[in-house]
Design a protein around this ligand. Structure first.
Ligand code: GDP
Ligand code: ZN
Length: 297
């Protein structure tokens, strides 16, 4: 049977086939790729079978359309957060907690690298003072100019939720963000249930604290959310240092005019990117670029 992985822990996966969910293990002779911390991930399309004891077994992972990977800091291996996705919702907040630009810009860069459309959400607009509201407006403006959909919402007060939902219909959307930004709250509103909190596998009943694996939540039969555990830092796994400059949209045209065509916009002379900082290039974006480049050293 063909199915679809809606959750996968180290030990087992939940595989949905039509309306039924089967708990499956991975076939024993599956060769673990040594550079991979998780061989199966939510979003995977798989083939399953049943052994003599009627236990479900995943026998094949169908080739992924795409995936989103971060480096696992524990062992430097690739940790796949999700597969077969259309877009990634990067959830941020100005306060409680403060989302760093470097985190946001890395997520955007990775999204482009993996061919996934990024969408930026700033949650918790209800707690902002007027100065912070102005600041957010400026940020919104900058990213909107890059052609990225930017939404300001409040999960607590239901602000901007309809607009958000409209953009998730008929899509497979990966949710990522620092813990505490309101990912669970947003999912609960969008799925009109306490799916996330009532997670079967969570004996403590405190779903969000114990979630360490990506998991799928349905908005409707054609639209789903692939929720990932909140993480603080995010490091690239397979993205090359020389490719970073192509993952910053606003650099693409300008950098063609740099003196050296392999210019990395660091110390090189006659660099048009550096010349444009504060003009066509927002200084915060260039700072993120520099920070990313420094992580390779
Ligand atoms: P997660 O860790 O990203 O899943 O975040 P949660 O959904 O658990 O939310 C973390 C905290 O932020 C909780 O106390 C929520 O009630 C609160 N929260 C979520 N959304 C909002 C919002 O729009 N406004 C405010 N003021 N608080 C929110
Ligand atoms: Zn340059």
């Amino acid at each position: 049977m063909k199915g679809f992985v809606i959750k996968s822990t180290g030990k087992y996966s939940l595989v949905k086939v039509d309306k039924k969910i089967y708990k499956c293990i991975l076939r024993g002779n599956f060769r673990l790729d040594n550079n991979l911390s998780n061989p199966v991930v939510s979003g995977d399309k798989v083939e399953i079978d049943f052994d003599e004891n009627q236990n479900g077994v995943i026998t094949k992972i169908i080739k992924r359309e795409n995936h989103f990977i971060k480096k696992s800091l524990k062992d430097d291996k690739a940790h796949i957060i999700g597969s077969n996705i259309d877009q990634v919702l990067i959830i941020c907040s100005i306060r409680k907690p403060y989302t760093k630009f470097i985190f946001l810009d890395k997520c955007i860069a990775a999204a482009y690298y993996y061919n996934i459309k990024p969408i930026i959400i700033f949650n918790k607009v209800d707690i902002l003072n007027s100065e912070e509201t102005q600041k957010l407006k400026k940020i919104n403006n900058k990213y909107s100019k890059l052609g990225i959909l930017f939404l300001e919402i409040s999960a607590l007060h239901g602000v901007g939720i309809d607009e958000l939902k409209k953009n998730l219909l008929k899509k497979r959307t990966l949710f990522i963000g620092n813990s505490g930004v309101g990912k669970s709250s947003i999912i609960n509103i969008l799925t009109k249930s306490n799916q996330k909190i009532n997670d079967l596998s969570t004996k403590t009943g405190r779903g969000k604290q114990t979630t360490t694996f990506s998991e799928i939540f349905e908005i409707d039969s054609n639209s789903f959310i692939l929720d990932s555990p909140g993480f603080k830092d995010f490091y690239f796994y397979d993205i090359d240092k020389n490719d970073i400059k192509y993952l910053f949209n606003e650099f693409i045209e300008i950098q063609k005019e740099c003196k050296f065509n392999n210019c990395l916009h660091l110390e090189e002379p006659d660099c048009k990117i550096k010349d444009n900082i504060g003009d066509k290039i927002w200084s915060k974006r260039y700072s993120s670029y520099l920070s990313i480049m420094n992580e390779f050293n």
